[in-house]
Design a protein around this ligand. Structure first.
Ligand code: UP5
Ligand code: MG
Length: 194
């Protein structure tokens, strides 16, 4: 596919900001394909013959960013497979969260159309993740991993958001409110853009 044939929106924000939840809403109403980098990594980790299973588990539990070669390849394959089926509009959720990933993806796959940034106070995200951790089964929904994920977000992922802000590509949504209120803001902000 060429850059004209597909459109990619990056969906960024801290751990537990509500990226996945709002992507589900957008998929329901606008027929996007939702690609969560974290979900793709967890699926790869659980694939019986994956050579990366142990490595991915380590990075996720430690709240670190998996080497970009793995994540970019998973996303590229997913976009390619969907494109073959005629799907062209993608929400790429939780990626890029490190500068090298941002550069590689836009160079090798396709430049993003814009970035949806879910801005949420840490204490709100912490509360949501601990609550979800009671039932999610996610290896990183415990207080130790959550603190590590917050540190990585501030130190490594915020610079990516600033990089896109300099290009005027960021739509910022405050998400310390109900799912419905946040989604209303998303729809207002995206009017005419999708
Ligand atoms: N909830 C959501 N919105 C709410 C609201 N407005 N009010 C009240 N509750 C709300 O939501 C989290 C929880 O909050 C849910 O229970 C929800 O019901 C509730 P969710 O929509 O799941 O938030 P999300 O932002 O998607 O949180 P998630 O935990 O998925 O974010 P992360 O960014 O931490 O997780 P991800 O899966 O993207 O990445 C996990 C790990 O994978 C990373 O830490 C990293 O180790 C690795 N990774 C890479 O290495 N490279 C990548 O490129 C991507 C990931
Ligand atoms: Mg998510």
């Amino acid at each position: 596919f060429t850059p004209e044939e597909v459109s990619v929106i990056f969906v960024l924000g801290g751990p537990g900001a509500g990226k996945g939840t709002q992507c589900d809403n957008l998929v329901r109403d606008y027929h996007f394909v939702h690609l969560s980098a974290g979900d793709l990594l967890r699926a790869e980790q659980n694939r019986p013959d994956s050579e990366y299973g142990k490595l991915i588990k380590h990075y996720i539990t430690e709240g670190l960013i998996v080497p970009q070669e793995i994540t970019v390849k998973l996303l590229e394959n997913a976009i390619r497979d969907n494109f073959k089926e005629g799907r062209t509009k993608f929400l790429v959720d939780g990626f890029p969260r490190k500068m090298d990933q941002a550069i590689t993806f836009e160079d090798v796959i396709v430049p993003s159309k814009f970035v949806l940034f879910f801005d949420c106070p840490e204490e709100v995200m912490e509360k949501r993740l601990l609550e979800r951790g009671k039932t999610s089964g996610r290896a990183d929904d415990n207080i130790e991993s959550i603190k590590k994920r917050f540190k990585t977000f501030v130190e490594t992922s915020m610079p990516v958001i600033e990089y896109f802000e300099e290009q005027n590509k960021v739509i910022k949504i405050k998400c310390d409110k109900s799912v419905e209120e946040v989604y209303n803001d998303v729809q207002q902000q995206l009017k005419g853009k999708i």
